[in-house]
Design a protein around this ligand. Structure first.
Ligand code: SF4
Length: 244
């Protein structure tokens, strides 16, 4: 099977198991941008624990741009690297006010000019908050695309370019979000749970690859729980739940 065929099969298999969602709680693009910056080197759960208080005190870019860094640090401390993160979200907010009328721009070329925003963060914000196709490459996506034989590279830019050539733009955001969910729940970094994986019949790294002619596992038989994601859907914008 060629890499392009594996990519298209992976898209379909993961669609049957996971919704195309980010697990970061947010109500608008500004909140999604800030939450994504805060999610570096920590879990979405720890970000979701601090953002309600942060956004209650600083509801938009104008408010956060003029915040006292020490006050922001006190709120976001549980997310780690709080000294740097506080200054980054304040600087990004100031840039939004100065150059984009306080609004998050819906273009990748503009987003990556903001402090603390690289292609990964920009693609997440584009896809989740604006519904603009974007293939975000984080540590899970790097690991899974390599294990699935979609790339041999570890360079996020090359992986993004390669995968987006294999699947249509309408699948870019959903595939990235679902790979992240699958990487957190099944295709774990240390020991992947191949027996529970819906792609174990064609994944080149599968430890339980089905013998030729055997039927692949069904999505129903391997569905995983998304209790946290479902429980917090009310806090998210409608676009983030768009299923592709
Ligand atoms: S079969 Fe195993 S290595 Fe391949 S994607 Fe699934 S869990 Fe990961």
């Amino acid at each position: 099977m060629r890499a392009k065929e594996r990519a298209q099969l992976a898209v379909e298999r993961l669609k049957a198991v996971y919704p195309a969602i980010s697990e970061l709680d947010h109500a608008n693009p500004f909140q999604m941008l800030v939450a994504t910056i805060l999610s570096a080197q920590t879990t979405d759960r720890s970000v979701n624990a601090v953002t309600p208080r942060l956004f209650a005190r600083y509801p938009d870019a104008a408010a956060l741009a003029h915040a006292d860094p020490l006050a922001v640090e006190a709120i976001i401390k549980p997310t780690g690297f709080f000294h740097t993160k506080a200054r980054t979200i304040i600087a990004a907010s100031a840039a939004l006010v100065e150059r984009f009328h306080g609004e998050v721009p819906p273009r990748l070329d503009d987003l990556v000019t903001l402090p603390g925003v690289g292609r990964k963060t920009a693609n997440v914000v584009l896809g989740v908050a604006f519904g603009v196709p974007g293939f975000a490459v984080d540590t899970h996506v790097i690991r899974l695309t390599r294990r699935l034989g979609l790339t041999t590279s570890s360079d996020p830019v090359k992986i993004e370019a390669g995968v987006t050539r294999m699947i249509p733009p309408a699948d870019w955001t959903g595939f990235s979000l679902r790979l992240i969910l699958h990487g957190r729940r099944v295709c774990l970094a240390r020991v992947p749970k191949c027996p529970q994986c819906v792609m174990n019949d064609f994944c080149p790294s599968s430890t339980v690859r089905a013998a030729r002619g055997r039927r692949p596992l069904t999505a129903t038989g391997t569905r995983v729980r998304l209790s946290h994601a479902r429980g917090s859907t009310a806090k998210r914008s409608g676009r983030s739940r768009a299923r592709r």
